[in-house]
Structures are given as C-alpha cells and as structure tokens.
Design a protein around this ligand. Structure first.
Ligand code: BES
Ligand code: MN
Length: 454
C-alpha cells in the first residue's frame, strides 16, 4: 500500500522493539498473576487492593500520572500521559480482578503460580485479564519517550463481579476516559494464527428462583406420594426453560444472526470438551447459538446436600440461573420475560419467587471508519493474516455504558484469549506466541493512530 500511514520499515521496527520487550513483559505478568485478586465478595479483598497498586506501579514506570480510585467498590486504576500536540487520544481498558480459581485439585499446577507448559502460561488471570493489562504496558513501552498519541489507561478491579461501582466511577472520573478510540483488551482472537476484532457481545441476566411447597420439611414416608417436595418441583420448573431441542423456551426474547465464519460441529466439540454421544442443544447455526441467540444455564442450586440427606420432603429449594441475551436485547425486559415464564410454569401450584441479582447489556460495535481501518491494518501487520470480525457469547456489560457516554469514540474490542484459554475454568492459560502478536498489534495501532490524517 503506497498510501499507508506507516512504512514497512517503521512497522518492522515496532515489531522488533516489542519482541525485545517480551521477556520483561512476561515477568511483570507473572508477578501480577501471583496476586490472587479475586473480586468475588467471599474472597480476601486486600489482594485486589494489592493488584491495583501493582498495576499503578507499572503505569507510573511508563511515566503516566496515576490514581487508584475507589467509588464504593473495588479499586480501579486510571493513568494518563499526554501525546504530541493535536494527536488523537486513546483509552486502553483491561481488568485486574479475576474469577475464583475453583478447586485446586482440578488444576495441573497451582492457580496463582504461573507455570509454562507447551508454549502456554498457566494460571488464574494469566489470560483473563492480566495479559490484557500487560498488552497495554507493552504498547506503552514500545513507544517509551515518544508516544504517538495521548493515552489514558483504565484498569478496573471488579469486572468479574459485574462492575457494580462502574456507574459511580464514570460519574466522577468519566471525563478523564474520553478518547477518539477505546481499546478494550478483554476478549480474544478467532483461532491461533487468526486475529479478530470482537464486534458483538451478548448481555446477561442473573436471577435466583426460589420454590416452596410446604410450610416445613416433613417425613417422606408419611407425606411422600401426596405432597410435592420443593427440590423436585424446582427441577421440573428448571426443565421448562428449554424446549425438547434445547432452545430457550422463554418467549419474546430477541434473536439475531451471527457473522458468517467457518465453524463446524467438530471444532465446537473439541473446543468445548463435549463428550462423545452428548448432543449439541439449540437450533440454527452454532455461532448464532453462541453469539446472537439467548442461552440459559443453571449455575447453582441450594438444596439439601447428599451428606445431609434424610428421608424428608424438602420445603424449600432455590437455583441461580444465568441467561445470556442477544446483543440487541434490553436486559430489563429479558428479566421480566424470564420472571413471567418461571411464575407461569410453577409445577403443582408451588410458590415461586424470582429475584434479579445482576443484569448487563450486550453490545454491537459500529465496526467501520478510519480507526477500525487502522486497527485491522495493525492486526495484519502483527499476524501477516487478515483479521476477522467475530462475536462472543460472553459479556462485558460496561461497554454499552462507555458507548452511550462516548458516542463518537471508536470502540475496539481486542484481547488475548484463544479457543483453548479456559478463562474462568481450571487450567486457564495464555498462548505466549499469540500474546506477543497482541502486544505488537497494539503498539502498531498506537503508531498508526498517531500517524493518521485527522
Ligand atoms: N473476558 C470476559 C468476557 C468474554 C467472555 C470475552 C468470553 C470473550 C469471550 C469477561 O471477563 C467476563 O467473563 N465477563 C463476565 C461478565 C459478568 C461477570 C457480568 C461474563 O461474561 O460472564
Ligand atoms: Mn475478562
């Protein structure tokens, strides 16, 4: 391309600088992973404070003016450094909190001790999303002392807990996050060797459904056969949430059509670990089932444990359900539809109550324009392969708040994850080769945006 904003030599020079920086970037990533910054309320929040401080130190090291802000929730880190006069500004987002590690026994190495095996770095947060934090640091380091754009870094501490204090943070500090482009490094790429921009995300609704059938628990020999127990009633109620094909049976929810990408059942089976003989559920293309149609999962049940079981009819039982909703779906309306469904399908007249616990909107990007062009070019530079537009089935609820607040900004959803990352699961890991590409692409993106004709 003769009219490209960077020459091939300039691009290669950035790639070389990033390659030289990767050992230190990796060491800094490992130090962050060693901090067990689980934002879930039942975990020690002092570690979240420590990880915020560690991120703040990394940013100060790159010459940013940094503040750790707390607005009633967990600490977020905001850093800023001016660019050349008249250059565009870019806000870089990631989160420093992580999901709970789950059972240590399910991991092949200790969750908070980063360990390399087979070109991947294992550890909770090694990908989601501490590598996102380090991708931003790497991009800053690649341009140390001659940053081509103004940069604001925003690293949140409670994304994995639904960003409860984000509205307060935006209300108080939002003006500092305004930018021409916002890079949200919390998603991933299409496959090893194929970069992607994430252009749609689903929203989510979480709710607790409680079922009560009896005033108190009673002997199952004396009353069983004529009185329903709450656990069985709950299970029957949950069973109404899908039709026989496994589609969500709640009526009235939005559905969209996913981008056309090659994705067959064999790949889905391999990536999801679906057992031989177990059917896929739902209908329509697999990608629309994952990205643009609703899904419903029972994520927890409170009922008498087997260890405490006796011959008793339970009076009460409850379940937490997580519903993913189409990018376009209004989440409050989705919750109302879910509640109505559960109330209307109460088996045997059981008392059913439904409580909303969390709700977040999906997102569909306006994925064109000059900034998107430069982002796609940066990916091509780093991978030597054209990027694809993809959706993801997961959620980053605050993106819609950002988009509403900064309607002119181009929102670029990038990230380090790949199909085998196992974010949130045991043996979460980062593909180190792809991580280097992500860092290169982001460093090149800053240079491209700085060199753009405004
Ligand atoms: N990084 C994920 C979002 C994501 C998921 C991106 C799948 C790409 C693929 C993010 O950290 C996350 O897990 N979000 C939560 C949000 C929830 C806690 C409100 C999610 O999707 O469950
Ligand atoms: Mn994440």
């Amino acid at each position: 391309m003769t009219d490209d904003v960077l020459t091939p030599d300039q691009i290669q020079a950035i790639r070389d600088r990033v390659a030289a920086l990767m050992p230190q970037v990796r060491a800094d990533l490992e130090a962050l992973v060693r901090i067990p910054s689980v934002s879930a309320a039942s975990f020690d929040q002092s570690h979240v404070a420590r990880s915020a401080e560690a991120v703040a130190e990394l940013l100060r090291g790159e010459g940013l003016e940094v503040e750790v802000v707390v607005e009633g929730g967990r600490p977020a880190v905001i850093g800023h450094i001016d660019g050349p006069e008249g250059a565009p500004t870019v806000t870089l987002y990631a989160h420093h909190d992580v999901q709970p590690p789950g059972d240590d026994a399910d991991w092949d190495s200790t969750p908070f001790e980063p360990t390399e095996r087979g070109g991947r770095l294992y550890g909770r947060g090694a990908a989601d999303d501490k590598a996102g934090v380090l991708a931003h640091i790497a991009a800053l380091r690649a341009h140390r002392g001659r940053l081509p754009v103004g940069v604001t870094v925003f690293v949140e501490g409670e994304e994995e807990s639904g960003s409860p204090s984000l509205p307060a943070i935006l209300a108080k500090h939002g003006d500092r996050l305004a930018a021409d482009a916002i890079v949200i490094a919390d998603s991933g790429n299409w496959a090893i060797g194929t970069p992607a921009l994430t252009t749609t995300l689903r929203g989510g609704v979480r709710a607790v459904v409680r079922v009560q059938t009896l005033d108190h628990s009673v002997h199952s020999g004396m009353f069983g056969g004529a009185a329903p127990d709450a656990v069985t009633a709950l299970v029957r109620l949950l069973a109404t949430l899908h039709d026989d094909d496994g589609n969500v049976a709640v009526q009235g929810l939005d559905e969209g059509v996913a981008a056309e990408l090659d994705y067959d059942e064999a790949r889905f089976r391999a990536e999801s670990g679906l057992l031989d003989g177990v059917d896929l559920i739902g209908s329509g293309s697999i990608l629309s089932r994952l990205w643009t149609k609703p899904s419903l999962t029972t994520i927890g049940i409170d009922a008498t444990s087997m260890a405490k079981a006796s011959n008793t009819l339970s009076a009460r039982a409850a379940a937490k359900v997580s519903m993913r909703i189409a990018p376009s779906q209004d989440p409050q309306k989705a919750f109302e539809l879910l509640r109505a469904h559960l109330e209307q399908h109460a088996p045997w007249g059981a008392q059913v109550s439904v409580e909303l616990t969390e709700l977040g909107a999906g997102f569909a990007a306006q994925a064109d324009g000059p900034i998107y062009d430069q982002a796609r070019a940066s990916f091509r530079d780093a991978w030597d392969v054209d990027p694809v537009d993809m959706g993801v089935g997961g959620s980053i609820p605050f993106i819609s708040d950002f988009a509403a607040r900064f309607p002119e900004a181009a929102i670029l959803v990038t990230g380090v994850e790949d199909p085998d990352t196992r974010a949130h699961g045991a043996n979460e890991s980062l593909h180190l080769g792809e991580f280097a590409r992500v860092c290169e692409a982001e460093a090149i993106l800053l240079a491209r945006l700085g060199a753009m004709d405004s």
